[in-house]
Design a protein around this ligand. Structure first.
Ligand code: SF4
Length: 378
């Protein structure tokens, strides 16, 4: 029986399971897995140290583990999960998108964005997406499968390694700074391919691995993590009870059910009012402001009266509206709003005292919208 919030209507195509990996397991399960292959349980801690604290997943780097045990431990707990198909960089190298090939040939993407004062990584939680939003490249291709916890976590482990090794420039106070040397990851957003709350257990497992202290996990702050959802109401309620301090972002894209039913088809199941109420409940329990994501699409959802309606819905609530100029997908009829319409939309929201900003759209020249790189590779 699925638990409340576990969705059954997005069953992945294809049944092959990714190999089990250290990052799929709790610290206690790692010890059991190590013991099951005849190794001393403390090797689990050593492996965790190598993976989560040193980003060292090659056996020759594990000099504190006898050479005779390394291959066995690697096979049992650190199999190769994914390989880089290619990196694409823009913004003087400060934005780097990675296309990954998973063990079964599935493609997913992650993006690292280095700013002068912070580094944000946008990761995928599913290969493809079953939510079918008509303006989105990922939605057009459908869902391949859920990613495992380790496949989610590894995108970040590799990003942290790349930052440590100085592979992503930036970090100076000059615009688009070059140089900058090594850096630490400050923010993670689940805004790449997929609907995170449709892969609930693995995403929650990934948040635990990301935020457990080293060496059990990566030791990152829950406050630096944003989970973005189209509004799967039972899963939002369940997420609110996890006790996380992560930020929740709701991809609203329309303040009225009539339009939202067409832009975000899951709205036919859970309406705007229900979705917002679930989001406000999460904000109350987590103590974090709710983010409202709204892709501005020319002549579709960018009328000032819709901005006014959105402002009315959100007035006095602990929210922040992020407007996203749409990054058109090739061959799509959907395109970004005119500057004057964008301005009028912002003013209509702000007139209700609701904080609103227009999101920086990094990486557009490298197919920066979620799923575009994988879609072009297919
Ligand atoms: S916009 Fe997000 S939820 Fe909608 S289809 Fe694309 S990836 Fe899925």
């Amino acid at each position: 029986m699925p638990k409340p919030g576990e969705l059954t209507f997005v069953a992945p195509r294809g049944a092959k399971k990714p190999p089990r990996h250290l990052a799929d397991l709790t610290p206690a399960e790692r010890k059991e897995a190590v013991a099951a292959i005849g190794e001393k349980p403390f090797r689990a801690k050593q492996l965790s140290q190598h993976y989560f604290a040193r980003y060292a997943h090659e056996p020759e780097q594990w000099t504190d583990i006898p050479a005779g045990s390394r291959a066995r431990l690697q096979e049992a707990l650190l199999p190769e999960l994914m390989t880089v198909v290619r990196h694409l960089s823009t913004d003087q190298g400060t934005t780097r998108k990675t296309l990954w090939r998973l063990f079964d040939g599935t493609l997913v993407e992650s993006v690292l964005m280095r700013y002068p004062d912070r580094v944000t990584m946008c990761i995928s939680s599913q290969a493809g997406c079953g939510m079918n939003c008509p303006f989105c490249a990922t939605g057009q291709a459908g869902l391949d499968r859920n990613l495992s916890t380790a496949e989610i976590v590894h995108q970040i482990v590799d990003g942290m390694r790349a930052l440590r090794d100085g592979e992503v420039p930036g970090g100076t106070s000059q615009a688009g700074g070059s140089g900058g040397g090594p850096a630490r990851l400050s923010n993670i957003v689940f805004m790449g391919m997929g609907e995170p709350l449709a892969n609930y257990n693995r995403v929650v497992g990934a948040i635990r691995r990301l935020t457990d202290p080293e060496p059990d996990g990566l030791g990152l702050s829950q406050r630096g993590i944003t989970v973005s959802t189209v509004g799967l109401v039972p899963a939002i309620h369940r997420f609110a009870d996890e006790g996380f301090k992560c930020r929740l972002a709701i991809s609203l894209h329309a303040p009225d059910d009539e339009l939202r039913d067409t832009l975000v088809p899951v709205n036919t199941r859970w309406k705007v009012r229900e979705v917002l109420d679930a989001g406000f409940e999460y904000a109350a329990k987590s103590g974090r402001r709710l983010s409202i994501e709204y892709a501005l699409i020319r002549d579709i959802n960018d009328q000032a009266w819709r901005g006014d309606r959105l402002g009315r819905l959100l007035k006095g609530k602990p929210v922040h509206v992020n407007l996203i100029p749409l990054n058109p997908t090739p061959g799509s009829k959907w395109t970004a709003s005119r500057p004057e319409d964008e301005k009028a939309f912002v003013e209509a929201i702000a007139a209700h005292g609701v904080p609103v900003t227009i999101r920086d759209t990094r990486g557009q020249e490298i197919d920066g919208a979620c799923g575009q790189l994988a879609a072009s590779e297919r």
